[in-house]
Design a protein around this ligand. Structure first.
Ligand code: TXA
Ligand code: MG
Length: 305
């Protein structure tokens, strides 16, 4: 069973040693917990796919701890990627660029593009710095399940398959990073997050670059539109301000305070499942700010596809 360790000098050393040996570990970030492995070990990268039960063609995000580390992973950094990195990193933004030939194709799921993110969580930064190389990290849940936002969630999902989880406390944001594909002249937002499409558009507008929010073409990642983030309970979604009868089932209000709702969303869905509720009603937030990301995750969680 996995050990939850505190992120003091000893805990960090244990986790860094494990990564050096080619093991994979649970790592806190400001969005959700990641299942991390060194990008220099194909064996570690393969373990990530095996432990999650994730298809090999679903690419992983590479996490760095200095902006300049992006240069060693990619062929060429386009102006849009440079601008977004300088404006938003460290922070909950993942940028897709063309991968360098040296980068393992295990991490990119066989693609010639790579997703790069510089997390804001100090514990994640410390681990990457001490390891001396980036780590690949998908969310530390079993494939298709709700992402973990505490060390205990990681243990509940993957505890029998990994040895170490660093405890960085509950994740501040609670939904996964915004993903922007910068491989075309007009960057595309592939996944909404707490950095909003308006934020991205405003940053890029300073260099007269426009952004597309329609996900089209080859940048669309496998798995992107499938049922994801799914709890066992059936979620019934309601627009804000529309009355409904929950017939005694729990009601999750995401409209009144969407930032707080995002922070607690995945923990709340797990709690409903533990209590065995077959149905949960959800009041959606309005489609603005982090409300976009919440609506995206809730719609996928509610889909029966
Ligand atoms: O907030 C986050 O991004 C968290 C934390 C741990 O950093 N990570 C995360 O990873 O959400 P994951 O693997 O659960 O989601 C990564 C998404 C997937 O939908 C994947 O298909 C997409 O990023 N992705 C990764 N590389 C890609 C690429 N080269 N092209 C298109 N999509 C890519
Ligand atoms: Mg995930």
């Amino acid at each position: 069973m996995a050990n939850i360790v505190q992120p003091d000098a000893d805990g960090v050393r244990q986790v860094v040693d494990a990564l050096r040996r080619g093991d994979i570990v649970g790592l806190p970030t400001e969005t959700v917990y990641g299942l991390a492995g060194s990008i220099t070990s194909d064996a570690a990268l393969r373990k990530i796919f095996a432990v999650k039960g994730r298809p090999a063609d679903h690419p992983l995000i590479v996490h760095i701890a200095r902006i300049e580390e992006m240069d060693s992973l990619v062929d060429d950094v386009p102006p849009s990627a440079r601008l977004l990195a300088e404006s938003c990193w460290p922070g909950p933004l993942t940028i897709i660029v063309r991968a360098s030939r040296q980068l393992s194709r295990v991490v990119t799921g066989g693609r010639d593009t790579v997703a790069v993110r510089f997390p804001a969580h100090l514990v994640a930064q410390t681990v990457i710095q001490q390891l001396g190389s980036p780590v690949a990290a998908p969310s530390a849940n079993r494939f298709g399940h709700v992402s973990p936002t505490t060390a205990q969630h990681v243990v509940a999902d993957l505890g029998s398959s990994i040895e170490w989880v660093l405890d960085g406390g509950p994740c501040a944001i609670g939904v996964e990073s915004t993903i922007v594909d910068c491989t075309s002249d007009e960057p595309q937002i592939l996944r909404p997050g707490s950095i909003t499409s308006d934020d991205i558009a405003n940053i890029l507008a300073s260099e007269r670059i426009t952004v597309a929010t329609q996900i089209t073409g080859p940048s669309r990642a496998s798995g992107m539109l499938e049922r994801h983030y799914a709890p066992a309970a059936t979620l019934v979604l309601h627009e804000p301000g529309v009355e409904f009868d929950a017939a005694g089932a729990p009601v999750l209000d995401c409209a009144t305070d969407p930032i707080r709702a995002a922070h607690g969303l995945y923990a709340q869905l797990r709690t409903y499942d533990e209590a065995g509720h077959p149905v949960v009603h959800v009041v959606l937030p309005r489609a603005q700010g982090i409300g976009f990301a919440l609506r995206d995750r809730l719609t996928k969680a509610a889909s029966s596809a």
